[in-house]
Ligand binder design. Structure first.
Ligand code: SAM
Length: 161
């Protein structure tokens, strides 16, 4: 997801973006670097929120850290979520994200088909963890699912995918 953003294949310019399940903040930081107006990094885990703040400061970008999407007090243009649907119970996160924003983009290496019909499969990439933990090969395929496709108003994205 971070690579997609930095390569301009996901247009975040001037958008208000939330990264749900932000972890260390890599996607949130990429979004801010790529020109997002505001970025909220949402994670339930306090250590992740602290790491995101440290990583954002190290990369000299401003990322706002929250523990729940409900804490975001302004309108969101886009919610992104990477590697948060690793178990079936987490599919409820899709409702949480769509509850705050119509445009949600999910990247996931475990979810090989999307049971939630509000999302469309749009793309896949092959990658590894870094360092490479030699996970099962099938986990190297990351699939992207988006609730709004084609994206409204982004000619660049529509051409790329
Ligand atoms: C596998 S990590 C992915 C981190 C990051 N998106 C990435 O790709 O590097 C999943 C993250 O989701 C967070 N998470 C789990 N449940 C959550 C919830 N209900 N709300 C917000 N974050 C949650 C975890 O704390 C963890 O940081």
């Amino acid at each position: 997801m971070a690579r997609r953003i930095l390569a301009g294949r996901l247009d975040v310019r001037d958008k208000v973006v939330a990264d749900f399940g932000a972890g260390s903040g890599v996607v949130a930081i990429a979004a801010k670097m790529a020109g997002a107006k505001r970025v909220f990094a949402c994670d339930i885990d306090a250590t992740c929120r602290e790491l995101t703040q440290l990583n954002a400061a190290f990369n000299q970008v401003d990322v706002e850290v929250v523990s729940s999407l409900d804490e975001v007090q302004c309108a969101l243009d886009l919610v992104v979520a990477s590697d948060v649907l690793y178990e079936a119970a987490n599919l409820r996160f899709l409702d949480m994200m769509l509850g705050v924003c119509a445009d949600v983009l999910v990247a996931d290496s475990r979810l090989k088909s999307m049971p939630d019909k509000r999302f469309r499969y749009i793309d896949r990439v092959y990658t590894t963890s870094f360092p490479d933990y030699q996970e099962a090969l099938e986990n190297n395929e990351v699939r992207f699912y988006r609730s709004q496709w084609p994206p409204s108003g982004s000619v660049a994205e529509a051409k790329e995918t």
